[in-house]
Write a protein that binds this ligand. Structure first.
Ligand code: V47
Length: 392
């Protein structure tokens, strides 16, 4: 899909009036901030295609026909965890079958063997208080020793909270130690949904919203970029989703430190919530579109194909998302929870997905600086379409 000519406002408004969204197209076209009532109406509306059209307008105003991607690898360095969240299929106690904790040497070797083109390693894991402070510094040093140029995006707010407790030192000092050891930025996980009701029911041992937001605020103040997420499709109400987005947007107004928003669809397999359904494709696309429309101050919306599924991720590029994450190898959090997506995609497959969606692949680094713009193609990465179907 090349860039879309915006449809006449009257047509959009006539359609919006039929699905509880009257006035929304005009607000979006004028660039006005949406409020909680708008967000709720978007969650309740049955016209996901209209939300996609509006989100695409905003996305194209900001990013044109570009679709960013990066070449990255994931390392989930341990699955030891003492939070026992009901939604998680990844956690283990150290004596459980399948429990593991990678040594700094193993992290070093993994990175030595990893895709030499990768510009980012995304390192997140469970939380185990017996791991010493030095361990966290050592795994960062090990990553940089193996690949001095790689950007290390590591540790959710939940891990940072534990690292600070283990260190028994103030957060700013801990952040400086982590930076010196190799930390470059932080991912967006661990926020789940900020509702205290949901937390009490599903993850009472994990920090609450206030602490997550306070940590993010201080981490931004220390000069680190992070991402933000919403885990949806568990037992939260639509109002609770909206409240979560409002809190993210308010913090972003203060700090400007969030680079990207990634809505995370709940995968129920092998979790304490296995009776719940995986959110359907329309719900996944709706979440992308609402993220783009409501979080007007977060520059990027990421289609994380691992959790969206490849066809939905490809559609998302025309409904608000401007970033397809990524080549991703060795991801375990979603695959343990039943994700049926492949474990990684190579660059040629990403290019093909992006081009089929009518977008131009642009390789970025973690901070969204352009590394290579493939507007004019590149025979090394844009071969003639392969005869085999893409994985789904
Ligand atoms: O914090 C855990 C979620 C998050 C499940 O910042 C689950 O670039 C669905 O945050 N079903 C980790 N979700 C992943 C994450 C992330 C992913 C991609 C990119 C970035 C980024 C961040 O995944 C956890 C939790 O909220 N999660 N279990 C599950 N069964």
């Amino acid at each position: 899909m090349a860039r879309m000519t915006p449809l006449p406002l009257e047509i959009l408004e006539a359609r919006a009036a039929r699905s509880g969204l009257a006035g929304l197209p005009e607000k979006v076209r004028q660039g006005l901030r949406l409020d909680a009532a708008d967000a709720l109406a978007m969650y309740r509306s049955d016209d996901v295609a209209l939300l996609g059209i509006l989100a695409n307008e905003v996305r194209e105003r900001r990013h044109g026909d570009v679709c960013f991607y990066n070449v990255n690898i994931h390392i989930n360095y341990t699955n030891w965890c003492n939070k026992f969240c009901e939604f998680c299929a990844f956690q283990r106690r150290p004596k459980d079958e399948g429990a593991y904790c990678m040594s700094p040497e193993e992290i070093h070797d993994t990175l030595l063997r990893a895709n030499p083109e990768a510009t980012e390693v995304h390192m997140v894991a469970g939380v185990w208080p017996a791991l010493p402070y030095e361990y966290y510094l050592d795994i960062l040093r090990a990553a940089k020793a193996a690949r001095p140029d790689i950007h290390v995006k590591a540790f959710t707010m939940v891990e940072i909270d534990q690292i600070v407790k283990t260190a028994r030192r103030p957060l700013p000092e801990v952040l400086e130690d982590l930076r010196e050891a190799g930390l470059d930025s932080l991912p967006g996980g661990g926020a789940e949904v900020f509702s205290e009701r949901v937390r009490q029911e599903l993850y009472p041992l994990k920090m609450g919203a206030e602490r997550w937001l306070e940590l993010a605020r201080e981490i931004h103040a220390a000069g680190f970029r992070t991402n933000c997420t919403l885990l949806y499709g568990m037992i939260e109400t639509l109002e609770e989703r909206v409240d979560h987005l409002e809190r993210l947007r308010a913090l972003q107004d203060e700090t400007g430190g969030f680079q990207a928003y990634i809505p995370l669809a709940f995968h129920p397999a092998n979790t304490g919530l296995a009776h719940l359904p995986y959110p359907g494709p329309l719900e996944r696309l709706r979440s992308i579109a609402i993220g783009r429309l409501f979080l007007d101050n977060v520059p990027h919306v990421k289609a994380y194909w691992i959790m969206l599924g490849i066809p939905v991720a490809q559609l998302a590029l025309g409904m608000g998302a401007d970033d397809l994450d990524g080549t991703v190898t060795q991801e375990l959090i979603y695959h343990n929870a039943g994700a049926e997506t492949p474990e990684s995609l190579d660059r040629a497959a990403l290019h093909r997905l992006i081009r089929e969606a009518g977008r131009v692949p642009v390789e970025r680094n973690t901070l969204y600086e352009v590394l290579r713009d493939f507007r004019d193609g590149d025979p090394a990465f844009d071969p003639a379409p392969a005869p085999e179907p893409l994985p789904v």
